[in-house]
Design a protein around this ligand. Structure first.
Ligand SMILES: [Zn+2]
Length: 456
């Protein structure tokens, strides 16, 4: 270690102070609720990015060793299995399994049981089921234990700590690949791409030598074995020397936090530039020889070539007008954004969860997946923008802008942005350091305890 202890402490106190003010300004305890509404939810089977996913050590095993004489068996939920099958297979008596599941379901909706979920079943010396441990979510463990001939369940809080991570890097191929190499997990990269999707056309505007920088939250179990990624607080893309910086901020009257440029202009526009990530623009708007019919006709949208199952996002907030088969369009979704604008998405392999006519959707929400239904030669997304009911060239569209912060909101935002900048500066010019906010808040007398170094 090159730096001495006092410098650690000094930087730590500065960061601690920052952490408190930041936490105050942006309402840190709310992110889970928000991300549920805004982040694209990609189901396991359809997650084509999953190969690049960050997989934290998943360990629901209790920290303490089991009581002597107890045999702990780890079981994993497989396709087509219910909890009953799992427990009986692991050696439980049917009656015991039934009672244990009944206890477990007091704290867990068994319909939500997911493939790949693990739990632990404990058996005593007589091979009787004596208990179950299952992680409910990042912050809770359900412990089921035998009491004579019955089972009781208790919900236990799992302590965690919140840190912020700062990562930056130069783009040598795609933003995704480069960010992943720098240690950014899949979900955070997808979020980053989503928040910049109003300003940046990722198919055409990213070049070798461009760079990115990000500050985001990470929740960790106290033993550091489990990790949950949180919100992006700040992200910056520098494209051909021109920086675009976005800060997370929740306007006083808004339901959700959003991202804003340093001047207070929201990143969100009425419509996104492209409703899909990681796709190649394969056919433009205009006259072309039709690949199936053979003669020249007008192509009234953009085609994006992408693997089957690639998620398609709603280009803007709106109401689903149609989500059904539609002639040569195949599986088709059309969204009405306002009185003027609609967008349509064709040839889908399947629809997003809950997507049907009348459903309200948020910008960036997954409304379907790339496929090859209808009259097509290859899988792709056919994307249309309609203005007053008529298709227009999406690339020529002057995209309406979002909101600009004013008055008190603007003042608060400017302070927050300055805090973020200062924090990042401190990180860059002192040491790469993360702080343990929760411990620091609980234990202000011993700031040293709240610090730990993290190497990148
Ligand atoms: Zn097309």
């Amino acid at each position: 270690m090159i730096l001495n202890r006092n410098r650690h402490l000094f930087a730590g106190i500065a960061l601690f102070a920052f952490g408190v003010s930041l936490g105050y300004l942006i309402d840190l305890p709310t992110p889970n609720v928000e991300s549920a509404g805004t982040a694209p939810v990609i189901s396991q089977e359809e997650n084509y990015l999953d190969s690049a996913n960050y997989v934290p050590v998943d360990d629901t095993a209790p920290d303490e060793s089991p009581e002597p004489g107890l045999n702990l068996i780890q079981v994993t939920v497989k396709r087509g299995q219910g909890m009953m099958d799992i427990l009986v297979k692991s050696g439980a008596d049917r009656k015991d399994a039934y009672k244990a599941i009944k206890a477990l379901s007091q704290h867990y909706n068994m319909k939500k049981l997911q493939i790949g979920q693990t739990l632990y079943a404990a058996y005593d010396a007589d091979s009787r089921l004596s208990g179950l441990n299952m992680q409910k979510d990042f912050d809770h463990m359900i412990r089921v234990s035998r009491t004579d001939d019955n089972f009781n369940a208790a919900l236990e809080d799992l302590p965690s700590i919140k840190i912020t991570r700062h990562v930056e890097g130069v783009i040598s191929d795609s933003l995704f690949q480069s960010a992943y190499r720098e240690g950014l997990p899949n979900r955070v990269i997808v979020d980053m791409i989503r928040i910049f999707s109003f300003d940046v056309d990722f198919q055409r505007e990213i070049r070798k030598g461009d760079s990115f920088e990000i500050l985001y939250e990470r929740k960790m179990s106290e033993d550091g074995r489990r990790v949950e990624e949180g919100n992006i607080l700040f992200a910056k893309l520098t494209l051909r020397g021109k920086p675009i910086s976005l800060y997370r901020y929740k306007p006083a009257k808004a339901l959700f936090a959003d991202y804003f440029h340093a001047n207070g202009q929201s990143a969100k526009k009425a419509l996104m530039r492209t409703p899909i990530e990681g796709a190649r623009l394969s056919s433009y708007y205009g006259k072309r020889k039709h690949p199936v019919l053979g003669y020249t006709r007008m192509h009234k949208g953009l085609d994006f070539a992408a693997p089957t199952g690639t998620p398609i996002m709603a280009a803007g907030d709106g109401i689903v007008e149609r989500a059904s088969r539609y002639g040569s369009y195949g599986n088709y979704v059309r969204i009405r954004h306002n009185g003027t604008y609609k967008t349509a998405y064709a040839h889908l392999s399947k629809y997003g969860r809950g997507i049907k006519a009348g459903k309200r959707v948020k910008q960036g929400q997954i409304i379907g997946y790339v496929g090859a239904t209808g009259r097509v030669t290859a899988r792709h997304l056919h994307y249309e923008v309609l203005v007053n009911g008529k298709q227009v060239n999406p690339l020529r569209l002057k995209i309406p802008t979002g909101i600009t912060l004013k008055g008190k909101d603007k003042k608060k935002f400017v302070t927050l942005a300055a805090d973020v900048d200062q924090h990042i500066n401190a990180l860059k010019h002192n040491i790469l350091l993360t702080w343990n906010q929760k411990v620091a808040l609980n234990d202000t007398g011993k700031n040293e305890k709240s610090l730990f170094l993290q190497s990148y």
